[in-house]
Design a protein around this ligand. Structure first.
Ligand code: PLP
Length: 340
């Protein structure tokens, strides 16, 4: 199953760049959904707390409960119904009906659709939603939206920003009429944060940049972030592969000469997306993963006790024709974590 090593100084380096860009540690909500993008929910939550981050974003109540003590505010993105009240928890509300399912005093962040058309209430439902929040005795603590193209060079990003500004203005007016305190406004994910010149929102929801990546168009001047995770595999057995012998399923790798190879304890069953032998992949030390990756192991031209399989997932994302998020988030949550 291998192990995941978390590099604390790289994480702190990234959080430092992010907090400076956001104008303070209190303007950063670290996104910890999906097991902190494969890095380990508790491990990253504990380190983020040590760094001084006070806000977090998760998908589920279960995740929020595990890290409740480590943050002042936790935004829960995907729970329809919540029965445990906590001062720390804030629930994202995607539609007006959802308001009726929440117990009194729940903190609510209204999600507004500004153009992604995935989740959130429409602009013309704003008034009804805010009145609903008051009627149900809920706390209106936040209003947010999500960008569909903050990572792509196009005007869409500015179109959504301008929709959001108009909505903010309307919300301010509605709140004044109802004598409600203003909610916190937020829209930026990692790539949006680094695209906005003078960041002026109440906080940013930062996922991928925390972990050392930014999947944006190369035209943007991106900060020097450092990948936080490396994946290590332990040796199972060593053999000499003789010239002409072929290794693994389908025998797609053929030894060009007599060579020493070993199997290691990582496979696609651990969430390490399967290499099919058609693309050459070298580990950071220059070893080659030979042939097809199996469910629980893979072969490498090495006899080291432990091999670092990756310390940066960019090459793997290219090979698999996907984004770096996916390579990280598919890793099996049961892989042991070691913080160095
Ligand atoms: C996942 C997510 C984020 C974080 O996005 P990154 O691109 O990883 O920074 C922010 N906001 C919402 C609503 C999300 O679902």
């Amino acid at each position: 199953m291998g192990k995941i090593v978390i590099n604390k100084s790289n994480l702190f380096h990234n959080l430092d760049i992010i907090s400076k860009k956001a104008n303070g540690k209190d303007k950063v909500a670290v996104v910890l959904k999906d097991n902190a993008y494969g890095h380990g929910l508790l491990e990253i939550a504990t380190l983020a707390n040590e760094f001084g981050i006070k806000k977090a974003v998760v998908q589920t109540l279960d995740e929020a409960i595990k890290i409740e003590k480590l943050f002042e505010q936790i935004l829960i993105l995907a729970e329809e119904e919540i029965h445990t009240y906590s001062h720390t928890f804030h629930i994202a509300v995607n539609n007006i009906e959802q308001l009726k399912k929440l117990p009194k005093n729940t903190n609510v962040h209204l999600k507004i659709d500004t153009g992604m058309h995935r989740n959130g209430i429409a602009k013309n439902q704003l008034k009804e939603a805010i009145h609903g929040i008051c009627r149900q005795n809920l706390n209106f603590t936040g209003l947010f939206t999500h960008h569909r193209a903050s990572d792509i060079l196009s005007t869409e990003f500015y179109w959504q920003r301008s929709n959001f500004s108009q909505i903010k203005q309307e919300v301010k007016e509605i709140c004044e009429q109802l004598f409600l305190p203003l909610p916190k406004f937020h829209s930026a994910n990692s790539s949006a944060l680094f695209r906005i010149k003078n960041f002026d929102e109440d906080f940013a929801r930062v996922g991928i940049a925390t972990y050392g990546y930014l999947d944006t168009d190369t035209i943007f001047k991106n900060p020097e972030l450092k990948p936080v995770m490396s994946l290590w595999a332990k040796k199972i057995a060593t053999r000499v592969l003789e010239k002409g012998q072929r290794v693994g399923y389908g025998g797609v790798y053929e030894a060009p000469k007599n060579m020493i190879t070993s199997t290691y304890d990582v496979g696609y069953g651990d969430g390490f997306l399967r290499l099919d032998g058609k693309h050459k992949y070298l580990t950071p030390k220059g070893y080659e993963i030979l042939g097809k990756v199996s469910m629980d192991n893979l072969s490498i031209n090495s006899e080291d006790e432990e091999v670092c399989i990756f310390d940066d997932v960019s090459k793997l994302a290219d090979i698999h024709n996907t984004i770096r998020y996916e390579i990280l988030a598919t890793l099996n949550p049961n892989i042991k974590k070691e913080v160095i």
